[in-house]
Design a protein around this ligand. Structure first.
Ligand SMILES: [Zn+2]
Length: 327
């Protein structure tokens, strides 16, 4: 049966029928808020390229988390941002027992035991060269020796009380290596959320300002996925599932909805979408120019992540949930 018997507009004729047939906007329980922690006290430093986001010292982070918890946001992804003096060739600070992230986890858990804490596990925020592991003489990242750094870092976060660790280096074998170290350290209940399909993307610019983590030379194309190679990008996630990941991830998200959908079909694991800094800031910039309404753009973009098949949404919008996403 076709037109004029079929008229699809009947089912869109008013708000009530449209709302009845709509899928729900993802609730606050679906979100993970990525946060940047710095040393010191009383610091809440605006990140210029990401309006609405800040670098927090631990004390001000505790306050900010109280505010997001009141909106129903119950999960964080923590990134440590340390001064140049703390950085070294192999990033030892990353697994210091009383390091910045480790302290932040302890303090947060004391006040908010129900907060679900994930930590980013990669040494690029702690290496003097800004790459995600150990470099050889030619400046090339060597895979296997670098795994040990990630193992130590993941175990130290788990021991500090993180619920989950999220390795983001895209090194081969990192999931298996980290899982076995966590288990040997008695941390078999630590969730392993893999940044399993993470692209070498142009959308990370504002984050690099926030985390001060741009590589001092070269780029990360030899370890992060190539957006022109779809099958390899899917293999990355399948491989991480076989190595023991509990949760898979696609990063960035909005430009990769097709990959979210395909990985959703390839795997039964929960899937996270990382709505990255560039995807956040471009909507703000568009709204600032008067070229679009921020709230409408945020809602439409977040909804698309859920429609494509994401179970978990890692997004900077989380701390503005009530203003922008609540129905
Ligand atoms: Zn890295």
């Amino acid at each position: 049966m076709g037109f004029p018997d079929t008229r699809l507009r009947r089912l869109r004729k008013n708000d009530t029928i449209r709302n009845m047939l709509a899928d729900p906007m993802p609730g606050p329980e679906k979100f993970v808020w990525p946060v940047f922690v710095v040393e010191g006290r009383g610091i809440k430093q605006a990140i210029e390229s990401m309006p609405g986001q800040f670098r927090y010292s631990i004390d001000t982070l505790l306050e900010a988390v109280g505010e997001v918890m009141a909106m129903g946001i119950k999960s964080l992804m923590i990134f440590g941002v340390v001064s140049a003096e703390q950085k070294s060739k192999s990033g030892e600070y990353a697994w210091k027992q009383d390091g910045l992230v480790q302290q932040a986890i302890c303090e947060l858990k004391k006040i908010y035991p129900d907060l679900l804490i994930f930590t980013d596990v990669c040494v690029c925020e702690y290496t003097s060269h800004g790459h995600c592991g150990i470099l050889d003489d030619k400046g090339c990242l060597v895979n296997d020796p670098s795994l040990e750094l990630l193992q130590k870092m993941a175990v130290s976060h788990a021991q500090a009380g993180a619920d989950g660790v999220a390795p983001s280096a895209m090194l081969d074998g990192q999931i298996q290596a980290i899982r076995s170290s966590l288990d040997s350290a008695g941390q078999e209940n630590t969730i392993l959320m893999s940044y399993s399909t993470k692209f070498a993307s142009s959308m990370y610019g504002p984050f690099r300002e926030a985390a001060d983590s741009a590589p001092s030379c070269g780029d990360r194309k030899s370890y992060q996925a190539d957006y022109r190679n779809e099958r390899a990008a899917i293999r990355e996630s399948i491989e991480d599932e076989s190595e023991g990941a509990d949760i898979l991830m696609v990063k960035p998200s909005l430009l990769y909805l097709d990959l979210i959908k395909q990985i959703r079909q390839e795997s039964m694991l929960p899937l996270a979408a990382y709505n990255v800094s560039g995807e956040y800031s471009m909507l703000i910039a568009t709204a600032d120019k008067g070229w679009g309404d921020l709230k409408s753009m945020v809602r439409e973009s977040i909804f698309s992540l859920s429609r494509a098949g994401s179970d978990i949404i890692i997004s900077y919008w989380a701390n503005q949930y009530d203003k922008l996403l609540k129905d």
